[in-house]
Design a protein around this ligand. Sequence first.
Ligand code: ZN
Length: 181
Amino acid sequence: MKLGVFIERDGVLNLVRIERQHQVSPLTLEEFHVKMDAVPLLKKLKAAGLTLIATTNQPGISRGYQNRREMDRMHELLRRLLPIDDIMVCPHDETDRCPCRKPQPGLLVEAAFKWKLDLDRSFVISDKWQDAEAARTAGCTSLLIESPWLGKVHRDFVLPDLGAIVDKILHLQTAGRAMVA
Ligand SMILES: [Zn+2]
């Protein structure tokens, strides 16, 4: 089985606006700014044989303020600019009580089934607690970027930036392989 890295989209792969201490997702291609400094970092993870899956909660689809076709255009751009294998979206609102809206682990479980990933040895990267909680439930290792949105849930590592997280994953993966061998 392969190892996956699940990466929160908003705030990690693309810029977000901050309003009243909350991240606001971009809703149009024009507002969608990919963080290009992620490119060489994600390439390092790909070179190590990891499957890269972007994940995102987009309740605006269910609530009606995010146009699905516009989101698809944003995701085409994301795939074009970054070496990611897949993008998993929860389109639901919390009132839909779906199994995929993070902190629920549904997106991770679905991607693991689709890509044949070993969740116990996979990683989650985010700047928000919801992903750490999803990682804990799914059995993945969570690595959070320092931010105001980390909450108090269990997380495995908190590091200053994506570069430090990528180095940590490569180190853990090598150590894990040595243990198996
Ligand atoms: Zn959902």
